[in-house]
Write a protein that binds this ligand. Structure first.
Ligand code: C2E
Ligand code: CA
Ligand code: CA
Length: 646
């Protein structure tokens, strides 16, 4: 019988092209890649044997029967393998848990074993085919071969439907189309037995999958040529399946943004290439990933060799790198996390990584941050806090404390700073220094801001406005930089003041200079719009960051609050003394009143008064207190100032 193998020839050619592309580009040694490589090889071999077998059967005059028998036998072996490998590939795409994957794999391999046993027995029982008078005949079990192929397509479809949330939509389409194509191909072969189409279905599968999933350029970072974030995720997922001990090391360049600005993007890309090349040589092919602009991740084994590489990386950053032939010393930041000791899932790894990064940002002097029991315990506390914070926001479980601000000129308490408090049954008292940064990150700072504002207004309208004898002229509220970046900041404040009939002049909003500098135009707009109603702004924590007098001139601050650390430094350090003395003089000349924070002793208050400070806030004049206690404190302060030693 003559077979038409035109389709097979075309398919063979295309599969060889895919194969060449697949092996010429660096592949990650991931299980999925390995299975795909095997599948591609088997498909090519199956097609080649199918063609060879067709040629053999067309030329039985001079090709011995034993050769034709062998070719057909080999074709059946490869056909069996091909469907089974497709199933293995789909199973990996479905990413079931380890145990489940094993069970499904065993169940799904049963038909493969039966098919294989019949293939092995075929020379004796002629199950799939037999040769007679040099001609090929279908055996009594030939239809089982078709059923076998259909079984695997049905199983693949079932798997992707069970895991429909995980499997990509495109891959679903490919697998369903392959199944339809396979059925069509089997039907065509029933009626046109001379037409060979086996490879058409295989080609469709490998071609579509390769385009979408296996194309390795999707996993490479175009700038540095090392793996990108997707490749890292795949690698980590693979690593998490095994218990081999690893170190996941992040290496970031601290001044990357400045370098980018100074030398330009192109030179910076060359620098990244140089760094990537160094890591590549040091750690080997598959262990280097370029994540974001300034950071690389290295996967190292947890042993002497891994430790040695880590040491070498640290030492390398003590030496210069080249940017446009200019030697530059880079400030590096190294974060080391351990698997499986520290984390067992990807989200856990990422949460911990973010925590370590935040720590590193607060501590610029330190180069290496490695997880240890103390750090991990702090991370656990932060995770617990995040949960507590969410509940507290839902239940509005915050309290506002008030701390007196004393006027040295009027010799009385004239203002109060509202300071938020969170109390949790399990974690106890939580300092705002701890939960405000978390609230800024998860966005609940807006709700907290609203709760504090409403609480302050209620307090003012109930206790302060009806009692002018208390002498409280203003209440000072902290506003986070995130709140200042809202377009509708005015709308979230003014209606509440109106509702409680609070004159806006009783409100001072404390913002840090950095908040103003982050979004200068917006901040200027807010300050002008709210300033027009009478609300005042104070520059909080002055002197703790990169303070700049030009900010005091640019933004209409009506008060400057000297950070408590700056106050304390004045009494300990001669340089700080000179700076603060001059700053206070400048503030005086600009006509901006100064509040000194953190005053804990009479002597400090006296010295600051001499310098020209107008207001004092600190434990000496009162700690933050709950509202009732604070009111009692102010009344006692007015009636018996001597008792307080003031
Ligand atoms: P801050 O605005 O600098 O507030 C002053 C902090 O210094 C308060 O800490 C206060 O208790 C403390 N303090 C005042 N006088 C002394 C003193 O003499 N000695 C010492 N050792 N400490 C003193 P607190 O209440 O823990 O607040 C910490 C920070 O949390 C605040 O710093 C502020 O940045 C933030 N915060 C507090 N409440 C809010 C709020 O409602 N909204 C926002 N966005 N932030 C808030
Ligand atoms: Ca403040
Ligand atoms: Ca402050």
């Amino acid at each position: 019988m003559q077979y038409n193998y035109d389709f097979e020839l075309a398919a063979l050619l295309l599969m060889i092209i895919i194969f060449l592309h697949f092996v010429s580009i660096r592949q990650f040694p991931e299980e999925k890649n390995k299975v795909f490589g095997r599948l591609l090889g088997v498909c090519i071999a199956e097609t080649a044997f199918n063609i060879a077998s067709s040629i053999g059967l067309a030329n039985t005059d001079f090709i011995p029967q034993i050769v034709n028998e062998f070719l057909a036998f080999a074709f059946f072996v490869l056909e069996g393998l091909c469907s089974w490998l497709m199933f293995q590939y789909v199973l990996l795409l479905c990413a079931f848990e380890k145990e489940k994957t094993k069970k499904i794999s065993i169940f799904g391999s049963i038909p493969f074993v039966i098919f294989g046993l019949f293939v092995l027995a075929n020379p004796w029982i002629g199950f799939y085919f037999y040769m007679e008078d040099g001609r090929y005949h279908q055996g009594f079990g030939a239809d089982f071969g078709y059923l076998y192929i259909i079984f695997y397509y049905v199983l693949n479809i079932a798997l992707i439907f069970i895991r429909k949330r995980i499997v990509d939509r495109y891959i679903k389409i490919v697998i369903i189309s392959c199944a339809i194509l396979a059925v069509a191909q089997i039907l065509i072969q029933f009626y046109a037995r001379g037409m060979l189409l086996t490879s058409a279905g295989n080609l469709f599968f490998v071609f579509m999958v390769y385009l979408a999933m296996q194309n390795p350029s999707g996993f490479l970072d175009p700038v540095t040529g090392v793996g990108n974030e997707s490749a890292f995720t795949i690698f980590m997922t693979e690593m998490l399946k095994h218990d081999d001990h690893h170190m996941v090391v992040t290496v970031a360049v601290r001044q990357f943004q400045q370098i980018n600005k100074l030398f330009g993007v192109e030179n910076c890309n060359h620098l990244l290439e140089e760094i990537a090349g160094y890591f590549y040589k040091l750690c080997g092919k598959h262990c280097v990933f370029h994540m974001s602009g300034d950071s690389f991740t290295l996967l190292l084994t947890e042993d002497e060799a891994g430790r040695k590489i880590l040491q070498q990386v640290q030492e390398r950053f003590q030496k210069e790198w080249q940017i446009k032939q200019n030697p530059i010393l880079l400030e590096s930041l190294i974060i080391v996390q351990h698997f499986p000791e520290d984390f067992s899932t990807l989200p856990e790894y990422r949460g911990q990584w973010q925590f370590m990064m935040d720590r590193a940002k607060q501590n610029r002097g330190q180069q290496k941050f490695e997880t240890d029991p103390k750090l991990l315990a702090e991370y656990e506390r932060q995770t617990a806090l995040e949960e507590v914070l969410q509940n507290a926001v839902k239940e509005k479980a915050f309290q506002v404390y008030y701390q007196p601000i004393y006027s040295l000129k009027d010799k009385r308490i004239v203002s109060l700073e509202a300071l938020v408090r969170m109390q949790d049954p399990k974690l106890g008292f939580v300092s705002p220094d701890e939960f405000i940064p978390l609230a800024e990150k998860n966005g609940s700072i807006f709700q907290i801001g609203a709760i504090v504002l409403e609480e302050c207004c209620r307090f003012l309208s109930k206790h302060v406005l009806p009692n002018p004898s208390l002498g409280i002229k203003t209440i000072q509220m902290n506003v986070s930089p995130a709140q200042c970046m809202q377009q509708n900041m005015c709308d979230s404040i003014l209606p509440v003041l109106e509702q409680y009939h609070i004159p806006p002049s009783m409100i001072t909003l404390e913002v840090t200079e950095s908040a103003a500098v982050h979004a200068p135009e917006l901040m200027q707009h807010h300050m002008e719009a709210l300033g027009a109603t009478g609300i005042r702004f104070a520059a909080d924590d002055y002197g703790s960051g990169n303070s700049n007098f030009s900010n005091l001139i640019r933004f209409p601050f009506r008060e400057v609050k000297i950070d408590k650390k700056v106050t304390w430094a004045y009494f300990e350090n001669d340089v700080a003394k000179v700076i603060l003395e001059n700053e206070i003089k400048i503030m005086e000349q600009l006509g901006i009143p100064v509040v000194a924070e953190g005053v804990e002793e009479k002597e400090q208050s006296d010295v600051l008064e001499q310098l020209g400070v107008e207001y004092i806030q600190g434990y000496y004049y009162g700690k933050p207190m709950p509202e009732k206690e604070c009111l009692r404190y102010i009344r006692n302060f007015i009636s018996e100032p001597e008792e307080y030693g003031k």
